[in-house]
Design a protein around this ligand. Sequence first.
Ligand SMILES: Cc1ncc(COP(=O)(O)O)c(C=O)c1O
Length: 374
Amino acid sequence: MGSRERFIERVAELARVGQLQSPCLAMSRGIIREKAAQCGAGIPGVRVYYAVKANDDPEVVRTAAEAGLGFEIGSVAELNEVLHLGVPAERVISSNPIKSPEFIQYAVSRGVRTFAFDSRAEVDKLVRLAPGCEAVVRLAVPNEGSDWPLSGKFGVEFGPAVELLAYAKVKGLNAVGVNFHVGSQCTNLYAWDTALGLAAKLFEEAADIGLPFDLVNLGGGYPSQYLKPIPRVEDFEDRIVKSLARWFPQGVRLMIEPGRFLVGEAGVFVTRVIGKAQRQDGLWVMVDVGVFNGLAEALGGIRYPWRTLRDGRKVKVILAGPSCDGFDVIDRDAEIVEPEVGDMVLCLTAGAYTTVYAARFNGFPLPGVKLIED
Ligand SMILES: Cc1ncc(COP(=O)(O)O)c(C=O)c1O
């Protein structure tokens, strides 16, 4: 039995004996440590920055800090959280390409030196508020093979990126490299090769105008195990190393910013069935965590594995949350052993992008987070 299966068994046992009340997100410290050790292990010289937005629970962040990771933050609150843990500012970067002036000012005052940009307005802000910082251009790259695409809102296309760098040069911005995001929950082993090819071409354009680029940030994107099979992290990193040899034979400073990979599989939501209803389209099962208090990514198509604490044959059900809102539907095609009202039901791979989104809509409580020492 692997560490993930052992953790799920442990949570099931704690739920059975009433030591975990629903709704609650149980997080495995051991799995976070395991993932922290795996991430980047196959890419010589890469520095790993945990994307705090994936799960900002203080104990989760502490575990990442103790594992020696750096942090990617996007807000004053995230920055304060990591600094309060005693993480030095040189281990903190911000890769959000659109930041408020107040945030930039505050981050600079606390010692953060690496910021992203993908527009002229951001170049202007950084020149004014973060002179001398390391600025990294966010390049739009294909997000094919990712279940949670990010390109579109973020990143500048290659052609406009060349023009933007010329603008940055004229303005005196200390632009030092490129970052990108292949999209979250990426299962395409070749995604980084395409992105690195574009980054290498941008390095050439930068050199032509006298910007000495030496940094590539590989972004996030490593997947967690939900319902569909995923490649192993070793296979991603093997490919990335081959692509780096192809596109950057001279070597380059490397960063990576895992979010989902670090915490997704380390989390199990403990939920309780509050009601059932047979309707025309099937059997509806309502649990006490829905899209408004933890499972928001279900609205964007993320499908979680579920497990009831009963033996039996699996049936198709429509899983929904507790609120009086028609959008509060988690999965129209879930397959689980049919639970009874009052049963605990576990939602697996729930450690990333869940509690961080949760709101008190309709008066339902925010799920607690409980670190399990394993
Ligand atoms: C700038 C940045 N870096 C890293 C991440 C983490 O990505 P993932 O959870 O896919 O690893 C994100 C996620 O949105 C991001 O916006």
